[in-house]
Design a protein around this ligand. Structure first.
Ligand code: FMN
Ligand code: PLP
Length: 220
């Protein structure tokens, strides 16, 4: 299949990686709404490296994106979180094949503030908040029954009152944000002659600070 995307030219590039990513993310979210498949436009693959140097990758939902970088929520005792604590260097990719676009972030993961985590957790559905308690994420499970039992125990412990306070945030649940050093925008073009425009950090500013970034192009 040939990629017949519009491409990405330096002349139309936003002045900062934040604005460029924001435009693509917003467009992906908007276009996904009118799609009849589950496009999940904020699904992001997050790569880490384990203590032995072996890479690892999994998909999460990018629940935060601002000038500080992309962020996600997860169990803080999961494999990914343990790997990040040993080595905070991560990479993350948003991929929208149906838009012939992808964004790659590289940098270091930093913990989300507890206030952000609390505010986010309170908006999750009751059942998902219970699952945060029920799942020792990444640990072995004897079977589905064990998970269902642990979920039911959480339900007994934290009955549904309709109030966000009914299920507190577990101390072992939170999230990470990627402080980026590099952001690459990939736009698929015909004949595999794609566009790849890269913002590389040259200063301390945020993703929204044009002075903190240098733009270059890579071969497809
Ligand atoms: C579309 C999609 C979205 C997901 N979103 C999350 C998420 O936001 N947070 C999370 O912890 N796991 C999420 N998962 C599950 C992860 O892919 C993964 O199984 C889990 O986080 C355990 O990863 P780990 O053992 O490497 O830590 C999602 C999976 C898929 C396919
Ligand atoms: C295990 C797990 N944790 C967290 C999330 C993110 O959930 P939420 O939709 O509340 O952001 C997901 C989403 O798929 C998930 O599978």
């Amino acid at each position: 299949m040939d990629y017949i995307g519009h491409g990405l030219d330096e002349s139309e590039l936003a002045p900062s990686p934040y604005l460029q990513a924001r435009a693509w993310i917003d467009e992906a979210i908007e276009r996904a709404k009118s799609s009849n498949v589950l496009a999940e436009p904020t699904a992001i693959s997050v790569a880490t490296v384990d203590a032995s140097g072996q890479p690892n990758v999994r998909t999460v939902l990018m629940r935060f994106f601002d000038e500080r970088g992309p962020g996600f929520v997860t169990n803080l005792e999961s494999a990914k979180s343990e790997e990040i604590r040993v080595n905070p260097r991560v990479a993350a990719a948003l991929t929208w094949p149906w838009l012939y676009r992808a964004i790659r972030f590289r940098g270091r993961a930093e913990p989300l503030d507890r206030e952000e985590v609390h505010a986010y957790f309170d908006h999750r559905p009751y059942g998902a908040r219970l699952s945060a308690w029920a799942s020792q994420q990444s640990r072995p499970a004897s079977g589905r029954a064990e998970l269902e039992r642990r979920w039911a125990e959480a339900q007994d412990r934290f009955p549904d009152t309709g109030d966000p306070e009914d299920v507190p945030v577990p101390d072992f649940w939170g999230g990470w944000r990627v402080r980026c050093d590099e952001v690459e925008f990939w736009a698929g073009r015909a004949n595999r002659l794609h566009d790849r425009i890269v913002f590389t950090r040259v200063g301390e500013g945020s993703l929204a600070d044009p002075d903190a970034w240098q733009v270059s192009r890579r071969q497809p």
